[in-house]
Write a protein that binds this ligand. Structure first.
Ligand SMILES: Cc1cc2nc3c(=O)[nH]c(=O)nc-3n(C[C@H](O)[C@H](O)[C@H](O)COP(=O)(O)O)c2cc1C
Length: 192
């Protein structure tokens, strides 16, 4: 089973990274030998979508940057984890720039009628969100974007774990349930 994860926080050792690590621990401890391929989006060279129409008739983006490896990974993944902090009531820019470039998959699926096949294990997703405020609106906006992403890349089913009022670096470590829930979500993600 191929599992990929997108880390969308620029803060090294931050809350998003900590919770994602627990999820990965849950996965890798459940099935020996399983390895999650993590894309640290902040370190990658990904240009924003130019809406040039270049993918309309081919489903292939005309730009060549680090998205090339992400396109391949998304296409062949059985499980996709998206982990993001809430920035201005939304997914982080690091995540959003990657999602926008998935317009190529949107063209492939909806214009060319060639959705990504479901594979051997059906494709499933996990969305991890961490926000500093109490307000839920950031979660709602981010989840709406993430759902559009999952739908576009033919991941019909996903679970969301979201934690609010988690602001300072490492604050997630003091949350009573977050890390355990993330660990369990990792284990559950790979059950068939
Ligand atoms: C640019 C920026 C914008 C933010 N906007 C929001 C927001 O709209 N809602 C919210 O709940 N938290 C907001 N936060 C707080 C972060 O979501 C919070 O600090 C989170 O724990 C960061 O996760 P990280 O440690 O993984 O980067 C913002 C933080 C930054 C740096």
């Amino acid at each position: 089973m191929k599992i990929i994860a997108f880390l969308g926080s620029p803060r090294e050792g931050g809350n998003t990274e900590l919770i994602l690590k627990e999820t990965i621990r849950g996965i890798e401890e459940s099935v020996s030998g399983s390895i999650v391929q993590v894309f640290n989006l902040n370190l990658m060279n990904i240009s924003p979508c130019q809406n040039c129409g270049g993918c309309d008739e081919t489903g292939v983006c005309v730009y060549e940057d680090d998205m090339t490896q992400i396109y391949d990974a998304i296409r062949s993944a059985d499980r996709i984890i998206l982990a993001s902090p809430i920035f201005f009531f939304a997914l982080s820019a690091q995540v959003k720039v990657m999602i926008d470039r998935c317009q190529a998959f949107w063209c492939e699926k909806y214009l060319l009628k060639k959705p990504i096949p479901e594979g051997l294990y059906k494709r499933k997703g996990l969305l991890l969100l961490v926000g500093g405020q109490k307000k839920e609106i950031g979660i709602q906006c981010a989840e709406a974007s993430a759902k559009a992403f999952f739908r576009t890349v033919s991941v019909p089913e996903h679970k969301t774990l979201s934690y609010m009022s988690i602001d300072s670096k490492g604050a997630i470590l003091d949350h009573p349930t977050a890390l355990k829930e993330a660990y369990e979500a990792g284990k559950a993600l790979i059950t068939i």
